[in-house]
Design a protein around this ligand. Structure first.
Ligand code: NDP
Ligand code: BG6
Length: 480
């Protein structure tokens, strides 16, 4: 079967789960609405639960209807005709017989919307059922493992069945519009690149703040915590895209080679630095968005030492970034939902406008907002109009990305790229493993030292240590 032949089947294992309901099925529907799915594509939904095709189709219709975008009946008719449902247990080789009969020798994508603990078993079952053909692609969700050793084990099991160029490891942050724009900003303009280094940049802040708690995902989350759930993947990917050298082209391996160099240059933590430079927190009861929120341990589970908040200082030991801290901060039940990258430039070397202007001056700052708004703005100093002497003001120059259109789900772009066989926005095996080895240096030191999460009230910006982390070097979080 030649590569490049249109994909005829998309099999979603775990199709009745939360991810499929909130992200995958709506994304596929929206792609169909935009006529972006191959006309011959059939979507084979699968999970263990017995369900008829009609029951599954009704379930999908209901979940699409409940979305704010509403349902277009003409698009729905086209989309529904693509859907099928087959019950199968991926841990049993013979369990995939029905899927094998449906897929046959067609070019197929297998999407594993399943617990990563099943990835090895499902690859073996696909192999045993003759489904792991040379042209098939496999898509894997995060988290790939719990540490370096377990991620290597999963990658090795998958690698025995699928070549790396068939493997698409999802980090949905890479499908976000503003993340794409970060690359355009850096590499389609000349004026940022000469300043993109330790001569001009004081530090970088990356914040992923959520107001939600962990809710129904408590059991999963409690095994992982914020460090493994968010920092290992989404936040390190953002850091890599900010810090990487210009790649020779936008090809998948060119970009991923550069990200790998950044991951190799990340300074590993030891006991002393993990204590000083990495803060763990866990929310207690509080008020978020004007509503009372329970503590993490009262939300669903019981006693727990899992962190729901992390703030840390990452250092990149290379020529470009020596001496420029990257402060990362993420947490659940914070005061607002905000995903933001701030590039804080150095202060002016000398002010010529006199003492009164001194209090007006802020250093330049590039703010890249990913959520809830998608925006890029550059804080510039200018002169206040009028005759009252030299007073300055800081004004944001907006490079707004909002074209008024529907905000796409990140998975739409990623699914389209899997269909096209383009791996640029997917994480390569060496990236995942390098990220885990850095995370292990933090988690290992925390365990050795017996560091447990510090409490913070739901609706606050985390424990006091998160503020002290920056204050020690005369900096503050830029919460604006
Ligand atoms: P859920 O627990 O909601 O869904 C799991 C799905 O897998 C269900 O459809 C379940 O159906 C099916 N399943 C479980 N065991 C088997 C089996 N042995 N054989 C076949 N099907 C099985 O999980 P999520 O949807 O939340 O997560 C799926 C993946 O996506 C995980 O890797 C998760 O980490 C990742 N992810 C999820 C996010 C989210 O927001 N939900 C965000 C980022 C990543 P049944 O019980 O009927 O078999
Ligand atoms: C997921 C994490 O990968 O990303 C969740 O498992 C988190 O805990 C989510 O809530 C955040 O994604 P987004 O796109 O809403 O910022």
């Amino acid at each position: 079967m030649p590569d490049g032949r249109p994909i005829e089947r998309l099999v979603i294992f775990g199709a009745t789960g939360d991810l499929a309901a909130r992200m995958l099925l709506p994304s596929l529907y929206f792609l169909d609405a935009d006529n972006l799915l191959p006309s011959e594509l059939k979507i084979v939904a699968s999970a263990r639960s017995e369900m008829s095709r009609d029951a599954f189709t009704n379930y999908v219709r209901d979940l699409l209807k409940a979305r704010p975008e509403g349902l277009d009946e003409a698009v729905w008719a086209r989309f529904a005709a693509r859907l099928d449902y087959l019950a199968a247990d991926v841990t049993r080789g013979e369990g995939l017989a029905g899927v094998a009969a449906e897929v046959g020798a067609r070019s197929t994508i297998f999407y594993l919307a399943l617990s990563p603990s099943l990835y090895g078993a499902v690859c073996r079952a696909l192999d045993a059922s003759g489904l792991a053909c040379g042209e098939c692609r496999i898509v894997m969700e995060k988290p790939l493992g719990h540490d370096l050793a377990s991620s290597q084990a999963i990658n090795a099991e998958v690698g025995q069945v699928f070549e790396e160029r068939r493997v698409f490891r999802i980090d949905h942050y890479l499908g976000k519009e503003t993340v794409q724009n970060l690359l355009a900003l850096r590499f389609a303009n000349t004026f940022f690149e000469p300043l993109w280094n330790n001569l001009a940049i004081d530090h970088v802040q990356i914040t992923v703040a959520e107001t939600e708690g962990v809710g129904e995902r408590w059991r999963y989350y409690d095994d992982y915590g914020a460090l493994r759930d968010m920092v290992q993947n989404h936040m390190l990917q953002l850091l890599c895209l900010v810090a990487m050298e210009p790649p020779p082209d936008a090809g998948a391996d060119s970009v991923r080679d550069e990200k790998v160099k950044v991951l190799k240059s990340l300074r590993r933590f030891d006991r002393a630095t993990a204590q000083q430079l990495a803060v763990r927190g866990q929310y207690r009861a509080g008020v978020v968005d004007g509503r009372q929120a329970p503590s993490y341990v009262d939300e669903k589970g019981g006693p727990s030492d899992t962190e729901t908040f992390v703030a840390l200082r990452a250092d990149i030991d290379n020529w470009r970034w020596a001496g420029v801290p990257f402060y990362l901060r993420t947490g659940k039940r914070l005061p607002e939902r905000r995903t933001q990258i701030v590039i804080q430039f150095k202060p002016l070397p000398h002010l010529i406008f006199g003492e009164r202007a001194e209090e007006d001056v802020s250093a330049n700052r590039l703010v890249i907002d990913l959520q809830p708004d998608e925006d890029i703005s550059l804080l510039l100093m200018n002169r206040r109009p009028g005759l009252t002497g030299n007073r300055l003001q800081a004004l944001p120059l907006s490079l707004s990305l909002d074209d008024g259109g529907r905000r796409r789900i990140a998975y739409e772009r990623l699914l389209l790229d899997v269909l096209a066989g383009n791996q640029s926005l997917f994480v390569r095996r060496d990236e995942v493993e390098l990220a885990w080895s850095w995370i292990d240096s933090i988690a290992g030191a925390w365990t050795d030292l017996g560091i447990t999460p510090r409490p913070y009230a739901a609706g606050s910006w985390g424990p006091a240590g998160a503020f002290a982390l920056l204050e020690r070097s005369g900096r503050t979080w830029l919460d604006e």
